[in-house]
Write a protein that binds this ligand. Structure first.
Ligand code: SAM
Ligand code: SF4
Ligand code: SF4
Length: 339
C-alpha cells in the first residue's frame, strides 16, 4: 500500500528526530538567549523509546518509505544510538531491500561514534559545518565549539566508510559568506560533498529576515566563478539539493534553496519528532500524535492505517506559498520536529 497525498506525492523519506536536545546553540536554530539553562526540554517519558521508533519506522516502510534520516536536536547526544541504528538497519522494504539509512549531526561526537555507527549498519552521514574559521564557526554554533573537532569527526566518518560524507553549510548574509569559497576548496580537497543551505524561516526564535538569505544563484556564481561548474541531473525525484558538477572533475556541490526555489511539488518527506508527532511539512503548524497510537494498544495494522490516512490528507506546500500570508502563522521549531 503506497498512499499518495492530495497533490499526488508518494511518501518516500522519513526523518526521525531522536531527541530535542543539543550541545550546540546555533544562532539560526536554538539561539542561546531563548534556549538557556532553564529551557524545558522534553521529559524522558514523552520521548519515543527505541522500540517505539522501530515500530513506527516499520509502519512507514510498509507505506513506501525507503530513506530514513536520523536527526534531532543533536542525534549523537541520545544514549546508545548505535543500538537503534542496528534495529533500523535490519528493516527491509516490502520487496526485500535494505533502507537508505543516514544521519545528520553537528559532528561534535562523531570522532568517537563514527566506527560504532558504521558497525551498526549506518550507511552514510551528513555533517553540519558553517565555516572553517573558528571565530565565525564559534559565533554561529553559540558555544565556541572548535572547527578542528568537527573535522576529526569528518575524518572518522570517511575512515569508517560512511560515504559519501555530505556537509551542510547554512549561509547567512554578512555572517559566513566569506567562508563559502574556503569551504568549497576544502570539500574538493577532502572528497566530501558540500551543500549550501539557504537560511530558512523555520520556527520563530531565530528572528529570520529575508535580507539575510544569500540566494542560491549568488552562491552558484560565487563558487563557479572560481571553479567552473555545470548543473547535474537530480539523482531521484524529490532530491532536495540542486547538484552542480565541477568541470575539472573534482566532485560536485549542492544547493538547498527552499527559499528562492521551492521544491514542494516533489516533496515526498515526513518528519517524526522526538515526542512522536508526525509533521508532513517542515513548516507545519501542528503535528499528528503518533505516540498516542503507539501507546494506546493499537495493532501494527491500525498504526499503518492511521499513518496512511494522515498522508492521504496532506496538502502542504509552504515554500511555494511563502510569499502569501502563511508566513505569519505560528510554526514549530526545527530542532523540535527534526530538521
Ligand atoms: N543537530 C544536527 C545538525 O545540526 O546537523 C541535526 C539537526 S539540525 C536541525 C539539521 C540541519 O538543519 C542542520 O544542517 C542545520 O544547519 C539546519 N538548520 C537549522 N536551522 C536552520 C535554518 N534556520 N535554516 C536553514 N537550515 C537550518
Ligand atoms: Fe543543534 Fe543542529 Fe540546531 Fe545547531 S542546527 S542548534 S547543532 S540542532
Ligand atoms: Fe516539503 Fe513543506 Fe518544504 Fe514544501 S515547504 S518542500 S511541502 S517540507
Amino acid at each position: 500500500m503506497e498512499p499518495l497525498d492530495t497533490l499526488g506525492r508518494p511518501l518516500h523519506d522519513l526523518r526521525i528526530s531522536v531527541t530535542d536536545r543539543c550541545n550546540f546553540r546555533c544562532t539560526y536554530c536554538m539561539p542561546k538567549e531563548v534556549f538557556g539553562r532553564d529551557y524545558a526540554f522534553l521529559p524522558k517519558e514523552q520521548v519515543l523509546s527505541f522500540e517505539e521508533i522501530e515500530r513506527a519506522a516499520r509502519a512507514f516502510v510498509a507505506l513506501g518509505v525507503e530513506k530514513l534520516r536520523i536527526t534531532g536536536g543533536e542525534p549523537l547526544v541520545r544514549r546508545e544510538l548505535p543500538t537503534l541504528i542496528a534495529e533500523l538497519a535490519a528493516l527491509r522494504t516490502p520487496d526485500g531491500r535494505p533502507l537508505d539509512l543516514t544521519l545528520t549531526t553537528n559532528g561534535a561526537a562523531l570522532a568517537a561514534l563514527a566506527g560504532p555507527l558504521a558497525d551498526a549498519g549506518l550507511r552514510r552521514v551528513t555533517v553540519s559545518l558553517d565555516s572553517l574559521d573558528d571565530a565565525v564557526f564559534g559565533a554561529m554554533n553559540g558555544v565556541d565549539f572548535p572547527v578542528a573537532r568537527v573535522l576529526d569527526g569528518v575524518d572518522a566518518a570517511l575512515e569508517a566508510g560512511l560515504t559519501p560524507v555530505k556537509i551542510n553549510m547554512v549561509v547567512r548574509r554578512g555572517i559566513n559568506e566569506s567562508s563559502v569559497v574556503p569551504m568549497a576548496r576544502w570539500a574538493r580537497e577532502t572528497g566530501v560533498v558540500l551543500r549550501f543551505i539557504e537560511y530558512m524561516d523555520v520556527g520563530h526564535s531565530n528572528g529570520w529576515r529575508l535580507d539575510e538569505v544569500v540566494p542560491a544563484q549568488e552562491l552558484i556564481d560565487l563558487v563557479s566563478g572560481v571553479w567552473p561548474a555545470e548543473p547535474a541531473d537530480p539523482s531521484y525525484r524529490g532530491e532536495v539539493a540542486g547538484r552542480w558538477t565541477y568541470l575539472d572533475g573534482l566532485g560536485e556541490f549542492g544547493i538547498i534553496s527552499s527559499v528562492t526555489r521551492p521544491f514542494c511539488r516533489d516533496c515526498t518527506r515526513a518528519r517524526l519528532s522526538a515526542d512522536g508527532k508526525l509533521y508532513t511539512c517542515l513548516f507545519a503548524v501542528a503535528g499528528r500524535d503518533v505516540r498516542a497510537v503507539l501507546r494506546d494498544g493499537s495493532s501494527d495494522e491500525e498504526l499503518v492505517t492511521f499513518l496512511a490516512e494522515v498522508w492521504r490528507a496532506r496538502d502542504d506546500r509552504y515554500s511555494e506559498l511563502r510569499s502569501q500570508s502563511t508566513s505569519d502563522l505560528p510554526k514549530v521549531e526545527m530542532f523540535a520536529m527534526g530538521g
